[in-house]
Design a protein around this ligand. Structure first.
Ligand SMILES: [Zn+2]
Length: 161
């Protein structure tokens, strides 16, 4: 396992639609393990493959709660409900934070590292983190959804994705 370099904005790879993963092999496991190490090293709560330079539909989320590390391969949003407005950051935009409106609830379908399909429901901050990462796989950056940028003094120790 190893820590990878984080791709920061601007970079073309951050704005492309990622390709579906079709092969679930050792290489994929290595990518997922490296993504985890990288997310932890840089104190993130999520990381998407384009952030380490790969245009593949792979993302992880770990907000340090009971859900543990959620590995999402080829994720799809099945349902969203409600709304939440809150601060958001991104490892590809160091020291930039903004208020972003997201659904309060999300239900997704994705594959795990073995290619097995699962569905997952999430609310609140976990839903925000999941939606932020899935946006990355579509080449959508949180800055396109920021309603207001925040000063450091306005932040309450929120995680970055
Ligand atoms: Zn991000």
């Amino acid at each position: 396992m190893s820590v990878r370099k984080i791709v920061t904005y601007p970079s073309e790879i951050l704005e492309v639609k990622c390709k579906q993963v079709k092969i679930f092999d050792k290489k994929l496991v290595k990518v997922l393990n490296d993504m985890y190490d990288t997310m932890i090293e840089f104190d993130g709560v999520g990381l998407a493959a384009p952030q380490i330079g790969l245009d593949q539909q792979i993302a992880i989320v770990d907000i340090d709660d009971d859900s543990g590390t959620i590995e999402m391969i080829n994720p799809e949003i099945l349902e969203t409900k409600g709304e939440q407005l809150g601060p958001e950051g991104c490892l590809s935009f160091p020291d930039l934070y903004g208020e972003v409106s997201r659904p309060f609830y999300v239900k997704i379908k994705a594959q795990d590292r073995k290619g097995r399909f699962y569905t997952l429901e999430a609310e609140d901050f976990l839903a925000r983190a999941i939606l932020h990462e899935i946006d990355h796989l579509e080449g959508i950056l949180f800055t396109s959804k920021v309603s207001r940028y925040l000063e450091e003094a306005e932040l309450e120790g929120e995680g970055v994705e």
